[in-house]
Design a protein around this ligand. Structure first.
Ligand code: NAD
Length: 335
């Protein structure tokens, strides 16, 4: 089976590429390298012992996508390409609607033209409304509170309409909770240039001496220690969810990919301290606008429909991140 992976040079995409190659799929990546790294693909290919086809291409370039699809003839597309910073989306919403929404529309147009009818889309738990009560089931009320989340929601609506109009189409929406972790080899993981928005890459930066202290946003949330609680999922479990989605029947499917268990910011810092044996200095600061107190998935639907379940716990996620920090101290730089 041939799979086209957009955004395959990014954090989650490169791990998906490795796993697909490892399972014997032929993989073609399109990525504009705006945040991804060509060397991540080289590492994925080296780890799997198989080549990967790469095209420097922006998903908004529909005609270039069409010619790549006509030549590679994929049976499915995994669509990771996109921008993902909530703060940046608030400052520059037009960038997010253009890249995430227009980019996805361009991809769908190319797929329809080339008669490729299976699309697996990286959505996000940010599509759930701020007023819902966790754990969130897939039918919980939606109502994202920032442009990033709204850009994901718009693509979900697009996929819903495409599936209604084209009965042969499989549109699979995967709502990720908080992906962390790395490949156990320490060769593939999340490498953010500049200042990361997410907790674990920031903690990793502190451990590597790139930042002085972690900032913990909020001390008065209604949680056990006052910090925000999130459902962290190992990126390899997330990738297995994508592999499982390749076998779903036609039509629209929506799944949460999470563990169903939440951890506070302080629990994550504690876990990173215990796997690294280092003290992680932190400051508690004000809440960050747009953050919710608790975000936890109800992952039962994915378990029932795809026999998929997250297997790895927080310590394993932190161990793999620490291993990546040590094995790749400069991330993908200098390659
Ligand atoms: N990491 C998370 O916490 C998280 C959570 C929920 C959803 N997601 C979604 O999962 C997907 C992958 O996330 P990630 O963490 O791997 O991010 P990432 O930034 O590491 O990877 C995104 C990749 O897409 C590429 N890209 C961006 N815009 C493109 C365009 N217009 N054309 C071609 N390539 C483009 C980038 O160069 C990069 O390689 C994103 O869509 C993101 O919104 C991520």
């Amino acid at each position: 089976m041939r799979i086209l992976v957009t955004g395959g040079a990014g954090f989650i995409g490169a791990l998906a590429v490795w796993r697909l190659l490892d399972l014997g799929y032929d993989v073609c990546v399109v990525d504009n390298l705006s945040s991804g790294h060509r060397s991540a693909l080289d590492r994925a290919s080296r780890l799997a012992g198989r080549p990967v086809e790469f095209h420097l291409c922006d998903v908004r370039q529909t005609s270039q996508l069409i010619s790549i699809m006509q030549s590679f003839r994929p049976e499915a597309v995994m669509h990771f390409a996109g921008l993902k910073s909530v703060a940046e989306s608030v400052a520059c919403p037009e960038l997010y609607y253009e890249n995430n929404v227009q980019g996805s529309l361009s991809l769908v147009q190319a797929m329809l033209q080339c008669q490729i009818d299976r699309l697996i889309f990286s959505s996000s738990a940010t599509v759930y409304g701020a007023n819902g009560v966790p754990p969130f089931g897939e039918d919980a009320e939606l109502g994202p509170v920032n442009p990033y989340g709204r850009s994901k929601w718009m693509v979900e609506l697009l996929m819903r309409d495409i599936c209604s109009a084209h009965p042969e189409f499989s549109g699979i929406i995967l709502r990720y909770f908080n992906p962390v972790g790395a490949h156990p080899s320490g060769l593939l993981g999340e490498w953010v240039q500049g200042s990361p928005n997410n907790l674990v890459p920031y903690v990793m930066g502190v451990l590597q001496g790139r930042f002085d202290r972690v900032r913990v946003f909020g001390s008065d949330y209604p949680t056990s220690d006052g910090s925000g609680v999130r459902d962290y999922i190992h990126v390899l479990d997330l990738v297995e969810g994508h592999v499982a989605a390749l076998n779903l029947p036609k039509g629209l499917s929506v799944f949460n990919l999470g563990t169903g268990r939440g951890y506070s910011v302080h629990e994550v810092i504690q876990a990173m301290q215990s796997v690294s044996g280092r003290i992680i200095p932190f400051d508690v600061v004000d809440r960050r606008p747009g953050d919710v107190a608790v975000s936890i998935a109800d992952p039962c639907r994915a378990h029932q429909a795809m026999a998929w379940k997250a297997e790895r716990g927080l310590i394993e996620m932190c161990q793999d991140v620490w291993n990546f920090a040590q094995c790749s101290p400069k991330g993908y730089e200098l390659e």
